[in-house]
Every structure is written in C-alpha cells, then in structure tokens.
Design a protein around this ligand. Sequence first.
Ligand code: NAD
Ligand code: WQD
Length: 338
Amino acid sequence: MKILVTGGAGYIGSHTVVSLLENGYEAVVADNLVNSSVKSIERVEKITGRKVKFYKADTLDREAMKHILDTENVDACIHFAGLKAVGESVQKPWEYYENNIQGTLILVDELRKHNVKNFIFSSSATVYGDPEFIPITEQCPKKACTNPYGWTKSMLEQILTDIQKADPEWNVILLRYFNPIGAHKSGLIGEDPNGIPNNLMPYITQVAVGKLKELGVFGNDYDTVDGTGVRDYIHVVDLADGHVKALDKIKEKCGLKIYNLGTGNGVSVLQLVKAFEGSTGQKVPYSIKPRRAGDIATCYASADLAEKELGWKAKYGIKEMCEDSWRWQSMNPNGYED
Ligand code: NAD
Ligand code: WQD
C-alpha cells in the first residue's frame, strides 16, 4: 500500500514514515516545510535504506494536492500537516483556522475526487479540555478548548465525522495523541522546535545541552503528587507504530473510529526532570514560576481501547523517552541546522 503522509517531514510524521517503511508500506510525503527541514526525509532514508518520494507542497494549494494524487496512486492518507503552537494560535487565530481547517478541507476534497477515502487524522488530547474524568477514555465528553489550535482539532474531528457519516465509504480514524516525546534510537531524527521551545521535553534537553539557562516549572500548587502538572508522555516511536496499527484497522473497513494514543501513566513535571537527570546524568536546573495560562493539572489516558481494538500498546517507558530525547539533542544541538 502507498500512503500519502502530509506533514511527513515533521516530528511525528518523520517517525511514522520510518515505521511505515519498516512495515512494508510505501510513503509519499507532502510538506510545505513551514516547521521542518527536508533533512529529516534524508535521515529517514538513511535509517531505513529506502527511498521516500517527497513533494514540497502546501495542503492549501489545491493544484499541488491534485497533482500529487494524479501522479501517485495512493491508498490512504495520514494527515499530520498543521500548525501546532498553542500560544501562537492565540495571537494568530485566523492563520491557524485557515491553515489547519481550510488545508484539511482542500486535502479531503481532492482525496474524495480521487476516490481515496481512507484517512487517519492527528487529533489531540486537547479536545477533552479540562477533562471530566481521569484516566481519560474516548467516552470522556469533549469540552471547550482553551486556544484556537485546540479548536482546530476539535472542529476538524466534527467535520471528518460528518463527512464519514454522509458517505460511509470513508474510513476515518481520529487519533488523539497525548504528549509525544523521545526520538528514534539512531539519534538521526527528532523534535526540532523553532526558537525557544514551548513544550517541556525540548526545553529540558536545551537546558541540558547548555542552550538555555534553566527550566521554568509552571506552577507547583496543582492538586497533584508534587504540585506540578501531570501528563501522559508517550514515546514518539510508539506513537508512530500506532499509525501502522490504525492502517490495519482501516483495511477492515472500520468506518469512523476514535482512539487515544497514550501510555495510561501520569508523570509530573518534577518527576520527568528527575527521570531525565537519572537516565542521562545531565543536570537540569529549574525554578518555580507562576502557572501558565490555559494549563490543566492532570491529563492522562486510558489506553485500553487502542489495545483492545488495534492491538497496540506503548512499549517504551519514561527512561527510554529521556535517553532518546537526549541522544537526539546531544547529537544535533542545533536540530537539523548545520
Ligand atoms: P510538526 O510541526 O513537527 O509537523 C507538522 C508538519 O506539517 C511540519 O513539517 C510542517 O512543515 C507541516 N505543515 C504545516 N502546515 C502545512 C501545510 N499547510 N501544508 C503542508 N505542510 C504543512 O508537528 P508534530 O509534532 O509532528 O505534529 C504533527 C501533527 O500532530 C500536527 O497536526 C499536530 O497538531 C498533531 N499533534 C501534535 C502533538 C504534539 O505534542 N507534538 C500532540 C497532538 C497532536
Ligand atoms: C507539559 C507540562 C506545563 C514547559 C501541549 C499542547 C497539547 C499537545 C501537547 C498538540 C505542563 C509544564 C512546560 C515549560 C513547564 N499538543 N511545563 N515548563 O501543555 O500538556 O500540551 O503539547 O496537540 O495540545 O497544549 O505540553 O509540554 O507544553 O507541558 O513547567 O517550560 O510541563 O505546565 O504541566 P501540554 P507541554
């Protein structure tokens, strides 16, 4: 099977392309490189010894999407392409709605015109808002999002659900990711944020490598084990494998499905810092800062449904996530830049 991977040069996309190739799929990547480098694709080819067809293309560019689908006989699409910086989305809501929603509408329209109706969508635990209950099952009600980025995911879930309902030939899987960290074991691909990282693990690794002075811990007065925020960190390679399992489900003509991709374990900010120090031997100086607007105390998944229906379960623990994030950062202190 040949899979169109939009956003395949990005962090999760590049790891998923490795998993696809290792599982016998062909991958065609479409990415406008707004938040990534084509070097990630070269590294994927190095890891796998396989060729990846790459198109520098924007999902907003209908002609480009049409050209790719006219040229490549794809069987399914895994759609990662999107803007994902929560804070930036508050400053630039129009840009986020246009890029994420309009880009998806154009892509889906061209897919259906080419009779490609198998679609896996990168959603997020952010659609649960401040979750009604913990651990979060897929039955947990969706809630108001705290930022436009989150709304693009929530709205796109609804749009894709309605499209599948109106035309049951579609097989649509909404994957709600929890907090991906880690990197491929080779240290050749990983997360390469622009500027100062917003997310915890890239911030920790940049402190450890000496690019940033100290970590600010956003609040230590939450109702959690040590007062700091608790999240469900998942190794990006496990997350990537979840997409391969989702493709197996698509082959069963599954209709609409929704799965959490998380580990089911909650880890606090300070627990992650300690685990990182313990597994890498690097010190991470930190100080306690005020809470960050929009943050919630606790968010972790019930991963039971994905295990039951996809036969997928996260294999890696926090120690490997820390070791692998550090290997990537220390081998590539400036990410994909020379
Ligand atoms: P990323 O920024 O590394 O990857 C996204 C890729 O999409 C980038 O390579 C970017 O250049 C590309 N892109 C953006 N807009 C595009 C457009 N209009 N046309 C073509 N390419 C475009 O981010 P990631 O962490 O790999 O996330 C992948 C997907 O998973 C995103 O949709 C993101 O919202 C979602 N997600 C990420 C997380 C996370 O914590 N990383 C959590 C939940 C969901
Ligand atoms: C984790 C914890 C912070 C940075 C975000 C998006 C979510 C999803 C994943 C895409 C929190 C604390 C962080 C720092 C800190 N993305 N923290 N100091 O907020 O759970 O989720 O990424 O869909 O939509 O919101 O992840 O890594 O930013 O934060 O103390 O410098 O680390 O307060 O408790 P978050 P994160």
